[in-house]
Design a protein around this ligand. Structure first.
Ligand SMILES: [Zn+2]
Length: 204
């Protein structure tokens, strides 16, 4: 077991003479040229922002197509980083539910997420403030998609509700249309309002 060159967690590595394919639990699946790893990553030339955006593109294209399109090389990595797009607010909810569903073994079992800094990267995929994460998870739970589970060390977990599992099924189904997204927006918005009312009524 080797380490992902983008985020440093343990990852499967399939080596070739000039490049390596990585399968990382956090970032996704991508192929990187050995020359790029030595001259750009290990030399420190890749900035943290570039690294986070690269993780974002790999995650997005892995979820959509099964892996990063093209190989990360010295002459391609800037163009790959330029494909990065920060997710919309709704996109963050979708991503979180899909990810939680993937991490859930069976009904009622907790979805255990990696330490919060990595989860933030998985969700936000940009340099937005990762300290927003507890609020975001609270809001998803407040909307009824999941229930909070006790944190275990640095990682934390949620348990998807029936509503969360249903949404994950619909999002995973091919041909998820715009109508579904609008419906989700309404559901999320309603849930958020309920959550805000509850939060306002709770003395601190
Ligand atoms: Zn990684």
């Amino acid at each position: 077991m080797k380490k992902c060159v983008l985020c440093g967690v343990a990852a499967d590595e399939l080596g070739r003479a000039d490049a390596c394919e990585y399968v990382c639990e956090a970032c996704g699946t991508y192929t990187a040229a050995r020359y790029w790893i030595t001259t750009v990553v290990e030399s420190g030339a890749l900035t943290i922002e570039q690294r986070i955006k690269l993780c974002g593109v790999v995650r997005f294209e892995t979820d959509r197509d099964g892996g990063l399109k093209g190989e990360i090389r010295n002459d391609s990595y800037e163009a790959i980083i330029a494909r990065h797009q920060p997710p919309t607010r709704l996109g963050q909810v979708h991503r979180f539910i899909l990810r939680a569903n993937k991490l859930t073994r069976d009904f009622g079992a907790p979805a255990v997420f990696a330490p919060s800094s990595r989860l933030a990267r998985e969700l936000y995929f940009d340099d937005r403030n990762p300290n927003d994460l507890p609020r975001f998870v609270d809001a998803v739970c407040g909307a009824g998609f999941a229930e909070e589970h006790k944190p275990n060390g640095k990682s934390f977990s949620v348990v998807l509700t029936i509503k969360g599992l249903r949404l994950a099924d619909r999002l995973s189904a091919p041909g998820t249309g715009a109508g579904e997204k609008i419906r989700l927006l309404m559901v999320t918005g309603m849930g958020l309002q309920r959550w805000r009312r509850r939060a306002a009524a709770t003395p601190r």
